[in-house]
Write a protein that binds this ligand. Structure first.
Ligand code: G6P
Length: 478
């Protein structure tokens, strides 16, 4: 648990992200606890942060909370305060009801509100000021994700002596969509404050370069942009990954292997277990996956004894309308399928609207014969990589949407277009029926890819590029 009152001294290296790596939670009996934050970002950065003398600027996950700087697990944390109105307008509004749907190819309609934009600017400035105050002379600030796209330019203006990196964890859309954003030029200028602007996929980097060229008229040369001030930011793909060590270790633990068997028994020992693990988000294609599975049952191509489906849908952004609607739709669809197909001994879909500790997730991965990742659009999707990391037995089949960043790397997965329900059904059948030797052949190659390209390789390659670009821009800038 965190120790309070650590004095703030200048840090060589400062991470800026919307969330701190831990969230403040108040239990029903009023007790304060700190819990690991949701999402892939924290999981990706935490291992690297433990090994450097750094600080982390972020929000503690609750409105109107004044938390002094503190240290947790060897990382110095600098909390940024958000008012209830800012949580509504900057976080739920502009970040998650404007940028999130727009950048995920308008799967849900983005809402454009000027008050939300004003709050986004105000809050981005607050994060930039906190980072500028924390970083040592000539130090480095690494800004993360779509909630903070204005911070690179803001922090550079406050501290021209430092190197600034930005990594974008979600997709960057094609210009035809990006152009909808009423503040499209301001956002591009914000991002161009960084020395390196990193994306998940080559296509995201290409989309950004095209937008910078078309909207701001900047010259682009391969992966760099020539700015009027003489700087030449690098724009490139750095596909993120996971720390594979805890997944590999947990997967070997006898108690967790036993738990995997217990999970199978608890489902009535079906021949196959299918698994989906997502935040409850409309980008994840949960409805499409459920529909495909339900039709396979309706058509008698499978029965609940053949294949049980566990869907973990962790609660997310629950006050945003699109998420409330999604929850209703998913729960209605699951209720109908279970009502039609459950027996007293077997359930079709075991739906869990809960988050689980990593130990339990690994037990589920070990129990799952088929992992379903059918996102309509996803920056990377680290669940796919977590599943692979646990499968030292070279068993199990990953069904993977073409529209994830992970699909660019994980070529040996069973690939699907999640919009094509017949295609998803066929992919599920292929996975269910895949012979062991073929599972093993594919899983070996997937494991090689994931184990060799883990999250430390990712952060090393980003930070090496950042060091080079920072030096180049310091000497080249006017
Ligand atoms: C995605 C985003 C992260 C975000 C996470 C959880 O992974 O890229 O920036 O933190 O989702 O969402 P939340 O809104 O709860 O932070």
């Amino acid at each position: 648990s965190p120790s309070r009152g650590v004095p703030v001294t200048a840090a060589e290296f400062v991470v800026v992200a919307n969330r701190l790596p831990v969230d403040r939670i108040i239990t029903p009996d009023g007790e304060e606890i700190w819990r690991t934050s949701p999402g892939g970002l924290v999981a990706a950065l935490e291992p690297m942060m433990r090994s450097v003398d750094g600080a982390w600027v972020g929000w503690a996950g609750q409105p109107d909370l004044d938390v002094p700087p503190f240290e947790a697990d060897g990382i110095r944390l600098l909390p940024v305060r958000l008012s209830a109105q800012e949580v509504e307008e900057y976080y739920e509004g502009f970040s998650n009801d404007t940028i999130w749907p727009l950048y995920h190819d308008v799967i849900a309609p983005p809402q454009y509100h000027r008050e939300w934009w004003e709050a986004y600017v105000t809050v981005n400035l607050r994060f930039a000021e906190a980072a500028a105050a924390a970083v040592a002379k000539g130090g480095t600030v690494w800004v993360h994700d779509y909630q903070l796209q204005l911070v690179p330019e803001m922090v550079r203006n406050l501290r021209p002596d430092i190197t600034v990196g930005y990594f974008h964890h979600i997709p960057f859309p094609a210009h035809g969509l990006y152009a909808q954003l009423p503040w499209r030029d301001q956002v591009l200028r914000g991002l161009l404050g960084a020395d390196v602007i990193g994306f998940q996929r080559a296509q995201d980097a290409t989309n950004f370069l095209a937008a910078a060229k078309r909207r701001l008229g900047h010259e682009t040369k391969a992966t760099t942009i020539a700015l009027p001030d003489g700087r030449t930011p690098l724009v490139k793909a750095f596909p993120i990954s996971i720390d594979t060590t805890p997944y590999r270790e947990l997967a070997q633990r006898p108690d967790i292997k036993a738990r995997a068997l217990e999970i199978r028994e608890g489902l009535g020992n079906p021949k196959r277990i299918l698994l989906g693990v997502d935040r409850l988000d409309y980008t994840k294609g949960i409805r499409h996956r459920i529909k495909a599975y339900g039709e396979l049952l309706d058509q008698g191509r499978i029965s609940v004894e053949d294949a049980a489906f566990i869907q973990v849908a962790s609660p997310s952004r629950e006050r945003v309308d699109a998420y409330m609607h999604l929850r209703d739709e998913v729960e209605l669809a699951i209720g109908r399928i279970n009502g039609d197909h459950d027996t007293l001994g077997h359930t079709a879909i075991r739906y869990l609207h809960q988050g689980f500790p990593r130990e339990e997730m690994v037990a589920m991965y070990l129990a799952a014969d088929v992992m379903l990742v059918t996102a309509l659009r996803d920056g990377m999707n680290l669940v796919a990589k977590e599943y692979i990391a646990t499968r030292a037995d070279n068993r199990g089949v990953l069904v993977l949407s073409e529209f994830t960043g992970a699909a660019d790397e994980l070529r040996q997965a069973v690939r699907v277009n999640p919009h094509d329900i017949e295609g998803v059904k066929d992919a599920i059948m292929t996975a269910i029926e895949m012979p062991r030797h073929e599972q093993s052949k594919r899983m070996r190659s997937l494991r090689k890819r994931v184990l060799e390209n883990d999250v430390s390789a990712w952060s090393r390659s980003f930070l090496t590029a950042l060091e080079d670009a920072g030096a180049r821009n310091r000497s080249g800038a006017s």
